[in-house]
Design a protein around this ligand. Structure first.
Ligand SMILES: C[S@@+](CC[C@H](N)C(=O)[O-])C[C@H]1O[C@@H](n2cnc3c(N)ncnc32)[C@H](O)[C@@H]1O
Length: 232
């Protein structure tokens, strides 16, 4: 299944269509669900977004920024064949850069938005405290490991992690199930909407703990417990 949806946003003069890889339920949840808005609970900090594509999730998340906060987004901005689905057209060829279109879709309305082009595995975190991490690019285990090791210990208690791929196609990205299971003392699942899972940060994640995240030391016993945890 490929999600195909345009996010329609009114610029004040015209409507623009942002090709978006979120479902309608996921968009509604990002727009309206209070549990996904840590600022509404008084939690302050930056927003970190992994995988922004054409900016659909970006414009929705950026509305949560408050004074003094910044929004950091990371993407390859490199066209791949599967993107024809959500994009609904063939304007780009594999390998083309679509960063300009991302900026056209977002710059007119987003505040303090800083986009980094390239592999997340090669990026470094520069922020202080973070109130929200949106995950839509942990498509390889190395990306997830790098993202968790370098950003998750910046999360403020009361903040949220929104993983857009958590229930996407059973058996895909299952390393994330293991990682969040290992982080269960710090991250509590609170809202599910289609393939998106939101977790509340209930305790600061120690940097020492986050930097040990790996898949190589698991056991059958731990995998069974992890399965129980997510299916109970
Ligand atoms: C499903 S799309 C994101 C959809 C977007 N959140 C939206 O609202 O439409 C996944 C994005 O992750 C990016 N991506 C995947 N792996 C990446 C990596 N290792 N580093 C940087 N970006 C990556 C892709 O370029 C793609 O734009």
């Amino acid at each position: 299944m490929v999600k195909q949806l345009d996010l329609l946003v009114w610029t004040g003069e015209s409507t623009i269509h942002i090709p978006c890889a979120l479902s309608k339920v996921e968009i509604d949840c990002l727009k309206h669900c209070r549990e996904l808005k840590p600022g509404a609970e008084g939690v302050a900090g930056d927003i970190v977004e992994f995988g922004c594509f054409m900016g659909g999730s970006t414009v929705l998340l950026n509305e949560q920024l408050q004074d003094g906060e910044s929004h950091y987004t990371y993407d390859l901005f490199k066209w791949q064949d599967w993107m024809k689905g959500p994009y609904g057209g063939t304007k780009y060829q594999p390998g083309d850069n679509f960063c300009d279109e991302f900026h056209r879709n977002t710059d007119w309305q987003c505040n303090r938005l800083y986009a980094t082009t390239g592999r997340i595995q090669n990026s470094t975190s520069s922020q202080g405290q973070v109130k929200l991490i949106f995950v839509d690019a942990f498509k390889e285990v190395s990306t997830a490991i790098h993202g968790i090791r370098n950003w998750f210990s910046h999360l403020e208690p009361g903040g949220v992690v929104i993983d857009q791929d958590f229930y996407w196609e059973p058996m895909q990205y299952t390393y994330c199930h293991l990682f969040y299971y290992r982080l269960r003392e710090y991250l509590k699942p609170i809202v599910r909407a289609d393939s998106m899972l939101t977790m509340r940060v209930i305790k600061e994640i120690p940097h020492e703990f986050a930097k040990e995240i790996t898949t190589t030391d698991t056991t059958m016993q731990e995998l069974s417990a992890c399965y129980e945890y997510w299916t109970k």
